[in-house]
Ligand binder design. Structure first.
Ligand code: PEP
Ligand code: MN
Length: 355
């Protein structure tokens, strides 16, 4: 299934990439909303975000002000001319947000993970043409993300975008939600016209990671950024550690190097030829390795041995991991490659053992 996309055509700082959506994690008070919005607007930000309904992982946290915050957002629009964006998680939120004149809706990570919720939002959106941004689901599942986009698109919403905010992980030390860039890259491969924004705030979970993550997103050709910004970040009622002052955001955006997709030049074509040749050699080598592995399977079968000898497997992972580091590669990358090679090897051996 494909997506039917019409351009979002949302403004960036100077009507160019990146589109920038900024504002506090949550609308807390009328003063906080207006003060933050005015500072952002003075720096050229044209789209204001604020969470009115907050999905909290645990009960007891600040769950958002709710509909009472909508008139504050309307004041932002009246006084600054900014477009408004907020998160919706239920049909009631959709109705209230649209009635209040919110210009852009987004679906949060916890909601995208639930097809029932996404479908009920899609049903509530039928007959409207509001732009909708779909955050990735909390878990690294591209099908779930795609499914949510398709559901919203099927409701007739074509001004559609995705927001990459990273994925939860049990063992992440640096990031709150590790980026796993290959997932949004695959989404872009499947739907080239789908705009993707990066949310470095929820990804990093830390102020100091906003700049490097935003730069990485620009280097990968993302269309925009959604960044949490607050007039008094340390005292924010939610996500305090990852919010920045509007002036800090301005500093970060100012230093972003925005690269454009250029025509492919002759020197890149030559380098790509080399890569193609190396990939051919890699495939040849892998084929040979699998052939030897199948010969081992014949031997194991003859001598009634088990397919996997764990000590041997650990030896391969350790040896190649260490070699990878010496060659300037990330040890986790080498481990992933060898785990994949080993698993295909085991699959082929089991096939032979059961013949
Ligand atoms: C948010 O944008 O404030 C938010 C709750 O984000 P996410 O859904 O990505 O966790
Ligand atoms: Mn937040």
């Amino acid at each position: 299934m494909d997506l039917e996309i019409t351009p979002l055509a949302l403004p960036g700082i100077e009507a160019k990439r990146p589109m920038v959506i900024a504002g506090p994690c949550s609308a807390e008070t009328e003063e906080q909303v207006l003060e933050t919005a005015k500072q952002l607007s003075n720096n050229g930000v044209k789209i204001f975000r604020a969470g009115v309904w907050k999905p909290r992982t645990k009960p007891g946290g600040f769950e958002g002000v709710g509909i009472e915050a909508l008139p504050w957002l309307q004041r932002v629009k009246a006084e600054t001319g900014m477009l408004l964006a907020t998160e919706v998680a239920t049909p009631k939120h959709v109705e209230a947000a649209l009635a209040a004149g919110i210009d852009i809706l987004w679906i949060g990570a916890r909601t995208t993970a639930n097809p029932f919720s996404v479908q009920s939002i899609a049903d509530a959106l039928k007959g409207t043409d509001v732009p909708v941004l779909v955050k990735n689901p909390v878990n690294p599942d591209i099908e779930l993300w795609t499914g949510a986009l398709l559901r919203i698109n099927s409701a007739g919403i074509t001004r559609l975008g995705a927001i990459h905010r990273g994925f939860s992980s049990v063992d992440s030390k640096l990031y709150r939600n590790p980026p796993m860039w290959h997932i949004p890259i695959e989404l872009k491969r499947r739907f080239p016209s789908l705009p993707i924004l990066c949310d470095p705030s929820h990804m990093g979970g830390r102020r100091d990671l906003i700049a490097p993550l935003s730069q990485q997103a620009m280097d990968l050709g993302f269309e925009g950024l959604m960044v949490e910004s607050h007039c008094n970040p340390d005292c924010a009622w939610s996500d305090a550690k990852q919010q920045v002052l509007p002036e800090v955001l301005d500093f970060i955006l100012d230093r972003l190097v925005v690269r454009e997709e250029m025509e492919v030049t002759e020197s890149i074509t030559q380098l790509r030829k080399q890569i193609d040749e190396l990939d051919n050699q890699l495939m040849d080598l892998l084929t040979k390795r699998m052939r030897v592995s199948r010969e081992i399977a014949e031997y194991k079968k003859l001598h009634n041995m088990t397919v996997v000898q764990t000590t041997r497997y650990s030896e391969i992972l350790d040896k190649r991991g260490a070699q990878g580091v010496l060659c300037g590669m990330n040890p986790e990358f080498v481990r992933t490659v060898y785990e994949a090679i080993h698993s295909e090897s085991v699959r082929q051996q089991i096939e032979i053992m059961n013949k």
